[in-house]
Every structure is written in structure tokens, then in C-alpha cells.
Write a protein that binds this ligand. Structure first.
Ligand code: 13P
Length: 281
């Protein structure tokens, strides 16, 4: 089917009392594996692009990436969304929407709340006019390397969440409840009581970032208690890299570049099957 809006996927997730999973991808193999496993398991999924500074030279441009995911989505029966992850650049966000991204994230989480509201609303107005959804972030999901997941000053304040969602008109909001991006040095512990309070304060779908390394039992609980979108990046990228290394170690000089994608996709798919089982659609 044609690519769908991420808000449609989040509605389905809310109805099923679960979460859709968004995977950071930056090329065909990563996106293909997500879409193939979503189809195999009959679950919606979201392909997310994390915009690196040198994206154009790193892999492919916004239009090419968008066209790739559109084409992949058209070949399957399950709903697939395309999302631009963490972005602070208004013009880049508009370019992504014009290139066919159905959803974008404006990350104003480092700004004072009033400024975050103002800039998020500007993005919402522009993206909605062009038919795309917007995810924002309230509180700040920092870096696991700094143990930011334990810094309660960064957590989302339930009492601010309702006004933030109402004043910005966002389609989803990322919340800081004890997760962080990257590799955790100690096992994170999600603040589910805070999640309950945020979920009670707003009907806007809630997003959990920093998904790599959060124990599955905590994720299952968070999905039941209001998380409708869950982001994974580090684990998936690491697996991609490790799969290349495995191929090189196994085949050495006899390796064949033509066979590398299938070898890697097989490993990526095994990981994705395990992760996507958490999505109880
Ligand atoms: P991880 O890289 O920690 O899995 O987080 C991904 C993420 O939240 C992307 O927005």
C-alpha cells in the first residue's frame, strides 16, 4: 500500500494499546529489512532517517531516501510510515516534507519551554499545511554515555504536557521518563508513574526515545501505559556494522560484494523479528 501518515499508525497503536516501532535507517538494506519483517509479522512499522550533518555525502539524499521507502511500502500490505528523526532546522524539515516524508520531528527539547512551543508550532503549521505530521520533544532525552537517563531535572513534567500539546498542535510528543540515546552504562529504569501522569494529562500519542538496551519487560509495560511510538537506533546500527565484520571474518578474501546485502539482511531480520514482537498489533 502507499506510505501512510505516522499519525494513522499511532492511532492503530493506541487502539491496540501498544506501540509502533520506529527504526533509524540510513540506506536501502536497513529500510528494506524493516519493511520486510513488518510484512512478515503483519505489523505496521516506521522507517526513520536521522539527519547527519553530512547526509548527502554519506549515503543518499532526502528525495532518494524518500523514494526508496515509498517504493518499499508500495510492495507490502502493512502500513509503513516515513519519519525524519531529530531535526532542529526548519528548512531541512520543509525539504523532507516536500520530498515525501509523512512525518517529521522538530526537536526543541534543549530550549526553554516557551521557545520550544513557539518553534514547534511554526513547524506544525508548515508541515500540516503540506500534509505531514509533527513529533515534538518535551523534557530532554539526553545521552546514555552521560547517564542522562538518571537526571530527573531533564524529565518531562506532566503538568506542562497538556498545555504544550494544546498550544503546539503536535501529532505526537517524545517524553523523557528515564531513557537516553546510545549505549547504557547501567540498566535504565523507566519512570512509569510519571508516564501514567503524562498520559493522563494529554491525549497526544507519546513517544519513547533511546530504545536500545531498555529491557523488554519495561518496554511492554510502557507500551500498555501510553507509549505509542518507540524509537530504536544504536542497536540496529551496531548490528549492521557487526554483520559486515562477520561477513569479512567468515569469507575474507573470498567475499563477494554482491552477496553482502543478503547476508546482512538475514541478520538484521532476525533482530527485527525479536524487537517487533513487542508491538502487539
Ligand atoms: P537509541 O539510538 O538509543 O536506540 O535511540 C534512538 C532514538 O531515540 C532515535 O530517535
Amino acid at each position: 500500500m502507499a506510505l501512510v501518515r505516522v499519525s494513522e499508525i499511532l492511532k492503530l497503536a493506541d487502539k491496540a494499546n501498544t506501540s509502533a516501532i520506529g527504526f533509524n535507517c540510513n540506506d536501502y538494506t536497513m529500510a528494506y529489512s524493516v519493511v520486510a519483517v513488518a510484512e512478515e509479522l503483519n505489523k505496521p512499522a516506521i522507517v526513520m532517517l536521522y539527519p547527519p550533518d553530512d547526509f548527502e555525502s554519506n549515503c543518499c539524499g532526502l528525495k532518494a531516501f524518500s523514494a526508496t521507502v515509498h517504493e518499499l511500502a508500495e510492495k507490502v500490505r502493512v502500513p509503513i510510515g516515513l519519519h525524519l528523526d531529530h531535526c532542529t532546522d526548519f528548512d531541512y524539515i520543509l525539504r523532507a516534507v516536500q520530498a515525501g516524508f509523512t512525518s517529521v520531528m522538530f526537536d526543541g527539547s534543549m530550549l526553554p519551554v516557551e521557545e520550544n512551543i513557539k518553534l514547534t508550532k511554526r513547524v506544525v503549521d508548515a508541515a500540516h499545511a503540506l500534509g505531514a505530521d509533527v513529533e515534538a520533544e518535551l523534557g530532554h532525552v539526553g545521552f546514555a554515555a552521560n547517564q542522562d537517563q538518571d537526571d530527573k531535572d531533564m524529565y518531562t513534567k506532566p503538568e506542562v504536557a497538556a498545555a504544550f500539546c494544546e498550544q503546539t498542535g503536535v501529532d505526537s510528543v517524545a517524553v523523557a521518563i528515564g531513557s537516553a540515546h546510545g549505549v547504557y552504562l547501567t540498566t535504565p529504569k523507566l519512570d512509569l508513574t510519571r508516564l501514567d501522569a503524562i498520559n493522563a494529562a494529554t491525549d497526544t500519542p507519546l513517544v519513547l526515545h533511546g530504545g536500545s538496551g531498555i529491557p523488554h519487560d519495561q518496554l511492554e509495560e510502557a507500551f500498555k501505559r501510553g507509549i505509542n511510538k518507540f524509537n530504536v537506533g544504536t542497536e540496529y546500527f551496531r548490528l549492521y556494522y557487526d554483520s559486515f565484520r562477520e561477513y569479512a571474518a567468515e569469507f575474507g578474501d573470498k567475499g563477494n560484494m554482491q552477496k553482502v546485502p543478503a547476508y546482512i539482511q538475514e541478520r538484521m531480520k532476525a533482530y527485527l523479528r525479536n524487537k517487533m514482537q513487542l508491538s502487539k498489533f
